[in-house]
Design a protein around this ligand. Structure first.
Ligand SMILES: Nc1ncnc2c1ncn2[C@@H]1O[C@H](COP(=O)(O)OP(=O)(O)OP(=O)(O)O)[C@@H](O)[C@H]1O
Ligand SMILES: O=P(O)(O)OC[C@H]1O[C@](O)(CO)[C@@H](O)[C@@H]1O
Length: 194
């Protein structure tokens, strides 16, 4: 097989886009530690605030030390956003910073954005790899068994439903109403009902 990137020439970056999903920080941590310890990649940049962070926000160097405890925190340490996908500005930034591996964590919109970035990179003839990491709290990707964050969402749903159940049972004719997320997917609700 052919090695495409030598470790010491890799300059990776990670960006998170779209809505929050439990486990985002764990994925960032695994990427950083995997790149660093398994592939000896020392230059890893966090892009803050989603796609627009490439050209309008700060960046933060990521090392195993920086990400050591982040899996215990919710959200994403890099921040996230919707909109702001300006392809040429993003690829300009990738080119200017000398980034050659782009790790994009996000939902379907984010992955569409990653494909457009890749097309522009190819058009410019740059030696840059783009990797998409699918993020969906709804577990609605048929080719994988379970997406990260889904179990946590079901657990949280369980907590809310149990509390409403206790309230409803404690009074005469009590009714508990819990609204769960996912009007189009609904797998969080379905799994709980099952
Ligand atoms: N067709 C597209 N082309 C380029 N960029 C896109 C496209 N669709 C979405 N994006 C960009 O991807 C980012 C995230 O998109 P979006 O808000 O749709 O969330 P998502 O990735 O689908 O996640 P979620 O499942 O949480 O909604 C935004 O910055 C948006 O501008
Ligand atoms: O409950 P609602 O309003 O349908 O929104 C939930 C949806 O929003 C998202 O979190 C982001 O689009 C989906 O993953 C989820 O299905």
């Amino acid at each position: 097989f052919q090695v495409y990137f030598e470790s010491d020439e890799v300059h990776a970056c990670i960006v998170t886009c779209g809505g929050l999903c439990p486990g985002l920080n764990t994925v960032i941590r695994e990427l950083v530690c995997g790149l660093y310890h398994m592939y000896h990649v020392k230059r890893i940049l966090g892009i803050e605030g989603g796609y627009r962070g490439f050209y309008a926000r700060n960046t933060v160097p990521l090392t195993p030390k920086v990400v050591n405890d982040i899996h215990k925190r919710g959200g994403t340490i890099l921040g996230t956003s919707r909109g702001g996908h300006d392809t040429s500005k993003i690829v300009d930034s990738i080119q200017d910073r000398g980034i050659n591996q782009v790790y994009v964590i996000g939902g379907d919109g984010t992955q569409r954005g990653a494909a457009v970035i890749f097309e522009e990179i190819r058009r410019r003839g740059l030696k840059v790899a783009v990797a998409g990491i699918p993020k969906t709290i709804d577990n609605d990707i048929p080719v994988i068994d379970k997406s990260f964050g889904f179990d946590s969402a079901v657990e949280e749903a369980q907590r809310a439903i149990n509390a409403a159940h206790v309230e409803a049972e404690s009074v005469e004719n009590g009714i508990g109403v819990v609204k769960l997320m996912g009007r189009y997917s609904g797998k969080v609700s379905i799994l709980y009902i099952i």
